[in-house]
Ligand binder design. Structure first.
Ligand SMILES: C[S@@+](CC[C@H](N)C(=O)[O-])C[C@H]1O[C@@H](n2cnc3c(N)ncnc32)[C@H](O)[C@@H]1O
Length: 414
């Protein structure tokens, strides 16, 4: 059956019910292109959804832009697929499945199962999901799966700057914390960092760690005015909101004459930082302290905020506190998520905006709202807004020194 109103973009006024839309109860998909099985899948999904949403529905007649509905359903299928692939990636990392495939060439599903000591039937299913998602290669002729070197750099080799598999922990925490987020939406908007599922802390560490290891000391710090030179011969560095210490470890390994203090108000993160420093043999030049960003003490040549100022309730007060604890000629290094300067530009032009606004809804903004002042900058504040924060805190200069697709890197001087 074909609804006569399919494709109609007209809106009809329906008495005192206001504007309503006319939609088909059924849709004849035989007339649609179906060049690939994936397109077919999208269309089937659309068909089912339209039936569910509207087929059983009211007596109210509706019209809508059907091609837009199709487009949105296509988008949703993509988002759902991405979400499930991320879950598969998380499993692959947790179970060591990618690791046993790395450098091995084509393997049967049973070989992967034996090497990873996992259940063969589940491994087979996981491999098929990975292959369908384009992450793992499948040779149907010989029934073998392989992980290319390129895929290993993203999924198996934690020393690579492109390694993202373990960051899936953070995505997992977003889902697991949905009840807390719902409560925040209906209440005061607040969720403190430490109240999230612990997967968030590990996921955040691994989301940023590959970038810090690769770029922090080779590109970001050298892009600041006068800092690299100073740290090469000594200097005291504070890392405020240091999390699991990934940035301090990277700096302490590179600048062997400098000393490093990590501060974070989340005690379990400070504990983990100490363990990470001990594992790297860096205890002598690093110290970690549980401290709020407005209460730490000491004088520093460099005070760093890595992807955390926007999470904090009182960025102006925190920047002012940093200014008061800078040694003569000292600087603030701030790394913030990449963002453009207006909400409209971000939404339209920033490829990171979808990920970051959604993450910020669940974590960054509620964390800021849980603290004194509760400014709620959000993860997409952008350079101009951040400059205002530092100028209001009394800094005389605030420069963007470099950027990556994920980050903006700033230097502020008093
Ligand atoms: C997104 S994480 C970033 C962690 C770390 N800088 C990194 O790049 O991996 C934000 C961190 O800021 C810390 N934090 C949030 N508000 C804080 C505050 N007011 N004082 C100190 N730390 C704070 C959280 O505990 C968390 O570890």
């Amino acid at each position: 059956m074909v609804c006569p109103n399919v494709g109609s973009r007209e809106r009809h006024k329906a008495g005192d019910k206001g504007f309503v839309f006319c939609v088909p109860r059924f849709r004849d998909f035989s007339t649609l292109d179906s060049t690939t099985s994936k397109t077919k899948f999208v269309k089937i999904t659309l068909f089912i959804s339209i039936q569910i949403i509207f087929g059983l529905s009211s007596t109210v007649q509706k019209t809508m832009n059907e091609s837009r509905v199709e487009e949105l359903m296509g988008q949703m299928v993509g988002h759902m697929t991405g979400s499930m692939v991320c879950l598969g990636v998380w499993l692959g990392d947790e179970l060591g499945l990618y690791k046993v495939m790395r450098n091995q060439g084509p393997q049967s599903a049973d070989e992967v199962a034996v090497a990873s000591r996992c259940h063969p039937r589940l491994v087979r299913e996981w491999l098929d999901g990975q292959a369908a998602g384009g992450l793992i290669e499948f040779d149907a002729e010989v029934d073998r799966y392989s992980l290319t070197d390129e895929a290993a750099a993203v999924l198996a080799d934690e020393t690579q700057p492109t390694f993202v598999a373990r960051a899936m922990n953070a995505l997992g925490s977003f889902y697991m914390d949905i009840e807390k987020v719902k409560t925040a939406f209906k209440g005061d908007g607040a969720i403190a960092w430490g109240d999230h599922h612990p997967c968030l802390f590990r996921g955040t560490e691994w989301f940023f760690r590959p970038g810090y290891r690769t770029f922090l000391c080779t590109e970001w710090i050298p892009s600041l005015n006068g800092v690299d030179e100073k740290l090469k011969v000594g200097g005291r560095v504070a890392d405020v909101g240091c999390g699991h210490g990934a940035s301090i470890i990277a700096m302490a390994k590179h600048y062997s004459n400098a000393t490093f203090s990590g501060f974070d108000y989340h005690a379990p993160s400070i504990e983990t930082s100490r363990l990470r420093a001990r594992d790297e043999g860096l205890e002598n030049r690093t110290r970690f302290e549980v401290a709020d960003a407005k209460s730490y003490e000491g004088n520093f040549d460099l005070i760093c905020f890595f992807d955390c100022l926007h999470d904090m309730g009182d960025p102006v007060g925190i920047a002012r506190h940093a200014r008061e604890h800078l040694a003569d000629g000292g600087s603030v290094l701030m790394v913030e998520p990449f963002a453009l300067d207006s909400r409209a530009k971000n939404i339209a032009e920033n490829p990171m905006a979808t990920l970051l606004y959604n993450a910020s809804t669940c974590v960054c903004t509620p964390n800021s709202l849980s603290q004194e002042v509760g400014l709620g900058l959000g993860a997409q504040a952008g350079e101009e807004r951040l400059r205002d924060v530092f100028l209001e805190a009394g800094f005389s200069s605030f420069e963007r020194c470099t950027e990556t697709p994920l980050n903006l890197v700033f230097q502020a001087k008093s």
